[in-house]
Design a protein around this ligand. Structure first.
Ligand code: SF4
Length: 327
């Protein structure tokens, strides 16, 4: 590991002013991904700004919106009574992520900022457009079992590794971002990016900004929810495919539905066309199967991840079926 300077900030204003002095500096909170990246030489910030003393840890309800501070740990959010009662989909997704030890350290903001787990990204001897733009993508012709089937580009076929982010994309969360002169808000589904020609950019956070927290509306998705995660082992493994499903039903018909997938794209993959297809219709087994088939029509697989296409469709069927039978 190379030498780096370590600084602490106790407020978002101070953190942003330190960042403004050095655009190469990086914020660190739980460090559960960044420290690994530094150990492997994938990222080498000369300056780390520790933001653990920022006050943005609170979780509270105001005006039918649950506010979650960026420094709240994944465990604190997953175990919070308000989240379990009002946003069970988020609690389910968080509890299926990482391990108990990691959830105790990892923060909400850090979870959003974590990098892909593509093995070639972490191997500095291999070409990788995300780590070293223009060097190529070793995964396209390499071992690509974990890689994307939606939204990929010729430059990168990596997937975003988070479970929490899939639930937040489904729940229409909003990201609150701090700037030197105020705040801005962005829909969670627009926070992360597809790779396109700039796979080195994971998200739309600017280099002079900080994540302050999340606003999650109480939009009627109480208990008819499911976060289904398919993985190689039952704990501490990233998703091969995951599905966040949330239903608001009225006499057997779909009043509202939200669907998002993880493990399949460079960002949480929201299935808006499938949602529109299901809206207002009676949620029969046949309709669920048709919705699942439609959802994977545009999937594009590679040598080792073709199995994901069928797995994605079957997971959608299972998640919607599970959510439907909750009362
Ligand atoms: Fe790098 Fe993306 Fe290719 Fe993986 S898939 S090697 S992260 S460019």
């Amino acid at each position: 590991m190379i030498n780096f300077q370590y600084l602490r900030a106790a407020s978002a204003e101070k953190a942003l002013s330190l960042l403004a002095k050095d655009k190469q500096a990086r914020f660190i909170a739980g460090g559960t991904n960044l420290v690994d990246l530094m150990k492997k030489g994938v990222m080498s910030p000369e300056k780390l700004i520790d933001i653990n003393r920022l006050p943005q840890r609170e979780i509270f309800l105001r005006n039918d919106v649950i506010h979650i501070g960026a420094l709240a740990t994944n465990a604190a959010v997953a175990d919070h009574p308000l989240v379990n009662e009002k946003l069970p989909l988020l609690a389910m997704a968080l509890k299926k992520g990482a391990s108990a030890q990691l959830r105790n350290m990892a923060t909400v903001g850090g979870n959003m900022m974590q990098r892909t787990r593509c093995g070639y990204f972490y191997d500095i001897a291999m070409p990788c457009n995300k780590r070293s733009p223009g060097s190529g993508c070793a995964a396209r012709e390499g071992y690509n079992r974990m890689h994307a089937i939606f939204g990929q580009s010729e430059n990168c076929i990596a997937v975003h590794p988070s479970d929490m982010c899939v639930a937040l994309a489904a729940l229409d969360a909003v990201v609150v971002i701090g700037q030197t002169k105020g705040e801005r808000r962005i829909a969670f589904a627009d926070f992360h990016r597809l790779p396109g020609n700039t796979p080195e950019l994971d998200n739309n956070l600017k280099s002079n900004e900080i994540i302050l927290g999340l606003e999650v509306p109480l939009n009627g998705f109480g208990h008819r929810v499911q976060y289904l995660k398919v993985r190689d082992r039952t704990s501490y493994a990233f998703a091969l495919v995951s599905v966040a499903a949330a239903l608001d039903m009225d006499a057997g018909k779909v009043r509202k539905v939200r669907l998002a997938m993880g493990g399949v794209a460079h960002k949480p993959w929201r299935l808006t066309e499938t949602e529109t297809f299901l809206q207002g219709r009676e949620l029969t087994d046949d309709l669920i199967r048709e919705a699942a088939s439609r959802s994977v029509l545009n999937a594009r697989a590679y040598k080792h991840n073709n199995f994901k296409v069928r797995m994605a469709a079957e997971s959608i069927i299972q998640a919607l079926t599970d959510a439907r039978q909750q009362s």
